[in-house]
Design a protein around this ligand. Structure first.
Ligand code: NAD
Length: 490
């Protein structure tokens, strides 16, 4: 893996344009969240770099679009194999760059990145288009699907390579070329992947990666007239800016945004499985997954029992040095983010809530070299009013709130009582109740008696302020292609 070093201290990344690594004149500091030290310099790209990347993508488009899906799939499968081969290097880099545990990167982020390529290599071969009956006014009507052109892909910092490849794989499988901009806070694995793309035989210009901030590189990409499609995963606030910025060009948009995901736990649930899974759904990846549970509604009959057992289980979810396999959580992404998350805990306290464990209650034991890292233990809060900002806004950290409810109707009303609608979980042994509650929940994804089980063939995405559009098998195929209806008189 190519790694250039500046003053033999920092890892210095380069943009990847037209199949080549291209140095950038200015850089942004990137921190190791587990130490709080700068360790990497990320290109601070702007209009010029984006312009070069779009030009390369435009040039590569006709050749790539002309390849058959089978030919493109071969290259995607090679990418998947190469990611598997380099799993350990990529997992180490993801953990250092993002703060997540090496175990999580090794078992979730990187395997899923390989699977994204493998899945879309296969799924692109199995779609069909429509054809109407032969005798419709003496015409044959059928549809064809064509790639859109240069796809602009913008991804966040929480699952860096996982979410970037979730966009790159379907975009190129369907014949588009790409200009991608990963988060400026977690760019290293995307940069490492560029080398693998060269080895896999992805032709120059098919995938271009421009590193930098949202305000400069991201804005230049969204505002580029020759990029007709933007797939964005990130915050709702940024999505609003992107929507406005792309409106004059009528761009095709897919927006995968924030969540404030409820768990609805009925008294007849299998509490042991429920508690084990709800600790995982609340705190995995430091709570920095858009699908993490942050509001837990428990039927009053089991509320006290649940709370006691849940807090005990949360305390066993250890936080510390990301490389230690004994830890379930590592560090949060940045100092600013840690302060924001802590601010929500302080707000809950000021509103009279009880903090049962974690922030301000339990002390983390960290080695000397990690005391400057951005660590925070799993924090469980009860007694927060439903209308508090703590219950209404996305915290995106290891914080979850527990509240009692009485009956199905109240549970659904509380679960739906936020502006987000990404994911929800329901826990009950009563199948009919599970179906009723699932039908009433305003969410793009409902998991019953489980969490984060994903069949990539099925749609992924949110309702309300959690997003616009869906991604996944057929939905990604539709988003990354334009449909054309052809009518032939016979
Ligand atoms: P963010 O919105 O701050 O940034 C996301 C990406 O957008 C980054 O690459 C950033 O540089 C870029 N960006 C910022 N401003 C931009 C602009 N004006 N124009 C173009 N690009 C711009 O989000 P984040 O803090 O990186 O990620 C956390 C958020 O992402 C959370 O809200 C989380 O819920 C959400 N998320 C959603 C999903 C999902 O699938 N629904 C998945 C993961 C994360």
């Amino acid at each position: 893996m190519q790694r250039s070093m500046e003053a033999s201290t920092f890892l210095v990344l380069e943009n990847f344009i037209g199949g080549k690594f291209v140095p950038c004149q200015s850089h942004i500091d990137s921190y190791d969240p587990s130490t709080g030290q700068v360790y990497c310099k990320v290109p601070d790209s702007g209009e010029r770099e984006v312009e070069a990347a779009v030009a390369a993508a435009k040039e590569a488009f006709p050749g790539w679009a002309a390849r058959s899906p089978e030919q493109r799939a071969q290259v995607l499968n090679k990418m998947a194999d190469l990611i598997d081969t380099h799993l350990e290097d990529l997992a180490l880099a993801e953990s250092k760059d993002q703060g997540k545990t090496l175990t999580f990167a090794r078992t979730v982020d990187i395997p899923r990145s390989a699977y994204n390529f493998r899945f879309f290599a296969s799924s692109v071969l199995h779609h069909t288009t429509d054809c109407s009956q032969m005798d419709h006014m003496g015409c044959l009507n059928y549809t064809v699907r064509c790639p859109v052109g240069v796809a602009g892909l913008i991804s966040p910092w929480n699952l860096p390579l996982y979410l970037l490849t979730w966009k790159i794989a379907p975009a190129i499988a369907t014949g588009n070329t790409v200009v991608a901009k990963p988060s400026e806070m977690t760019s290293v694995t995307a940069w490492m992947m560029c080398k693998l793309m060269q080895q896999a035989g992805i032709p120059p210009g098919v995938v271009n990666i421009v590193f930098g901030t949202g305000a400069r590189a991201g804005d230049a990409l969204v505002g580029h007239p020759d990029v007709p499609l933007i797939s964005f995963t990130g915050s709702t606030a940024t999505a609003q800016v992107i929507t406005e910025r792309s409106a004059p060009y009528c761009k095709k948009l897919s927006l995968e945004l924030g969540g404030k995901n409820p768990a609805v736990i009925f008294a007849d649930a299998d509490l042991e499985r429920c508690i084990e899974t709800t600790v995982r759904s609340s705190f995995s990846n430091q709570g920095e997954i858009c699908l993490c549970t942050s509001r837990i509604y428990v039927e009053r009959g089991v509320y006290e029992t649940f709370l006691e057992r849940f807090v005990a289980a949360a305390r066993k979810w250890k936080t510390g040095v990301p490389l230690d396999p004994g830890n379930s959580n590592g560090a949060l992404i940045s100092k600013e983010h840690l302060e924001k998350v802590r601010g929500f805990v302080a707000l809950a306290k000021s509103e009279g809530a009880t903090v049962h464990c974690g922030e301000g209650v339990d002390t983390l034991e960290l080695p000397e070299s990690n005391v400057g890292g951005y660590f925070m233990g799993p924090t469980v809060i009860s007694g927060v009013p439903q209308d508090s900002r703590v219950m209404q806004e996305e915290i995106f950290g290891p914080v979850t709130c527990v509240l009692p409810f009485d009956g199905e109707d109240q549970a659904v009303a509380l679960a739906n009582g936020v502006r987000y609608g990404l994911a929800a979980t329901v826990w009950s042994r009563d199948v009919a109740k599970v179906h009723r509650v699932a039908a009433g929940l305003q969410a793009g994804l409902v998991w019953a008696n489980c969490w984060l089980v994903r069949d990539l063939k099925l749609p992924f995405g949110g309702t309300k302020s959690s997003g616009v559009g869906r991604e996944g098998g057929k939905d990604s195929y539709h988003f990354f292609t334009e449909v054309k209806t052809v009518t032939v008189k016979y």
